[in-house]
Design a binder for this molecule. Sequence first.
Ligand SMILES: Nc1ncnc2c1ncn2[C@@H]1O[C@H](COP(=O)(O)OP(=O)(O)OP(=O)(O)O)[C@@H](O)[C@H]1O
Ligand SMILES: [Mg+2]
Length: 290
Amino acid sequence: MRPGGPAADDNGMRLLARSPERRVGRSRDAAEPGSTTTVPATAPQRTGQAQSAAPAIIELARVEKIYHSAGGRRGGRGVGFPALSGVDLAIAAGEMVAITGPSGSGKTTIINLIAGIDRPTAGTVTVSGSRLDQMTEEMLAVWRGRTIGIVFQFFQLMPTLTAMENATLPLDLARLGPPRERKVRASHHLATVGLGDRGDRLPLELSGGEQQRVAIARAMACEPPILLGDEPTGNLDTGLARDMFELLKGLNENGTTVVYVTHDQALAGMASRIVSVRDGLITGDSGRRP
Ligand SMILES: Nc1ncnc2c1ncn2[C@@H]1O[C@H](COP(=O)(O)OP(=O)(O)OP(=O)(O)O)[C@@H](O)[C@H]1O
Ligand SMILES: [Mg+2]
């Protein structure tokens, strides 16, 4: 959606999500991974039953992640905790994938690796043609701004910025368009998530569900080819959560690859594919395709 597109309000989600303009933007973005370390994605390796001729836009190969804590409050020698123990996961462009599993199984770790927020201890992470494990933090920051929208498990809004400023932030960081145009785009996204009249509020002046919707508007800011959600509707009531998922589904139908974590089986069922994680391993993959 570009400024000047269909007017958005609480009922405008589908208008935004299904705009044909998005598909054009999508393929252009996907063709420009935006990193000088860009390498061709290796041949897709499918997990479970998921088989597709489409190339992988996201590929984790033999990924291990060991967290080294400082020994907790007692300090002392660091101990390694294996959060992921050999994950192979390939997701094709245009898929909508739900990741489910018990608490502590490694779901957030997988999302953070795909976003380049965290690095694998072993194995490779290739997203949109770029080997994230080989990129510097600076490269990752630029790449992430162009490629990934993410809704965090605990929102992570900037507390001193208003809802509007939070929703504009990714556009400012990516320096996308003139500042006035960025505001138009951000206010459009805020209206899309039903917060058109709350743009001047600070996060603390919003309810948990409203903060979460600001986080969704922020993730949509640059209209990225990949949208990641870590329990993206965990604080919304059932009706609103479903509305938000309709929005994600609409974005997906227009070409956005969507990967989200959820504990909710009904919401997982809205995906075209469900990947189950347990004890740092993928233990199930429905491989259902759109
Ligand atoms: N920074 C860290 N240092 C040490 N251990 C960590 C760290 N982050 C996560 N872990 C551990 O790694 C494992 C996987 O964590 P992760 O956050 O990926 O789980 P999750 O599946 O997202 O759980 P939840 O559903 O509760 O959000 C957990 O056992 C967790 O305690
Ligand atoms: Mg988590």
